[in-house]
Ligand binder design. Structure first.
Ligand code: ADP
Ligand code: BMX
Length: 293
């Protein structure tokens, strides 16, 4: 695997140069969630230029939001990426970079983990990112599940009995609204800690603050219930957790602990994404390679 990749999330935008299956250079900048699509592409272009990307070089782009079969880009949670609208991402990337493949960030990560990582020996595999939002990708019998509208795998928009608030997707009480980074920050605000983002809530929990521990545990319990539900539908044998919250110290243990409330049949193996934060980058480039060669 050799070429370039970018990963635009709700909080950070990363780009990397990959050679022989290894990240040799990686750059990260904050994402401007309100920016219009042309500005988002320009931000990616800046990073790629710094990495030495030349027009036409192999390039995979992973983005938060749904990417439909025609390469159109749309936010599902419009509170996270509010400036996207409905945008011809594939066309704009071809114009900007000569050649590129684009797909959803969590789908890209699932694809990479299924090929090279935690899902490599799995028959029914899910990748779940707990990050700004909660996203996912499903690899069933070695195929990444896709749909013409680009919504398949958006597991964060499933309802949660632990959620109480409206979700930026327009649905009520979703897993994302209680378990994702924005949901965690909203819960902190409601508890009187308006200056705490999700990272600060985790730090407070690590210091033994009860209010914060409760918010983190509720997030983990919502993810555990989601895993039980997905396992009932898909017969999952393995689930990999990614994203800064999914990979945060102690989070996986909390999810595993919460899952002990479920009968054994609904408890697949739960592991960290073995490609860590690089999973969407590897997956986007691997998808390019699969489609273009
Ligand atoms: P993105 O959503 O852009 O892919 P991340 O995976 O980094 O980015 O997720 C961003 C969310 O993770 C934010 O809500 C942020 O507060 C939270 N976060 C970042 N670092 C940590 C950490 N070490 N522990 C817990 N939460 C974190
Ligand atoms: C949301 C949704 C997904 C995305 C997931 C993880 C938007 C803007 N995002 O569920 O498309 O895959 O978050 O994204 O609709 P991240 O920003 O948390 O990494």
């Amino acid at each position: 695997l050799t070429g370039f990749a970018a990963d635009l999330g709700g909080t950070k935008t990363a780009a990397a140069r990959i050679e022989g299956g290894a990240v040799v250079q990686r750059l990260t900048v904050p994402t401007n969630g309100a920016a219009e699509p042309d500005a988002q592409i320009a931000a990616i272009g800046d990073l790629l230029a710094q990495l030495g990307h030349g027009r036409g070089a192999p390039l995979g782009i992973a983005v938060a939001g749904r990417v439909d079969g025609a390469g159109g880009w749309h936010a599902v949670n419009e509170g996270t990426l509010s400036g996207i609208g409905d945008f011809d991402l594939r066309g704009a990337l071809l114009q900007a970079f000569g050649r590129a493949t684009c797909l959803n960030d969590a789908a890209a990560a699932a694809f990479a983990e299924g090929l090279y990582g935690a899902g490599a020996t799995s028959e029914c595999f899910a990748y779940i990112t707990v990050s700004t939002g909660v996203g996912g990708g499903l690899v069933i019998h070695n195929r990444l599940l896709s749909s013409a509208n680009g919504l398949s795998g958006h597991v964060g928009f499933v309802a949660s009995r632990l959620a109480r608030t409206a979700c930026g997707s327009g649905r009520q009480a979703t897993v994302e609204s209680v378990a994702g980074g924005r949901g965690i920050a909203a819960a902190a605000r409601a508890a009187g800690y308006a200056d705490h983002d999700a990272r600060a809530v985790f730090e407070a929990a690590a210091k033994g603050q009860d209010w914060a521990e409760q918010i983190v545990t509720t997030s983990a319990r919502a993810i555990a219930a989601l895993i039980g539900d997905l396992t009932a539908i898909l017969g999952l044998d393995t689930v990999a957790l990614g994203g800064s919250i999914g990979l945060a110290e102690g989070y996986l243990d909390r999810v595993r602990h919460a899952l002990t409330e479920e009968p054994a049949l609904f408890r697949p193996d739960i592991v960290h994404a073995s490609l860590g934060h690089d999973a969407p980058l590897f997956g986007a480039l691997a998808r390019f390679q699969e489609w273009e060669t």
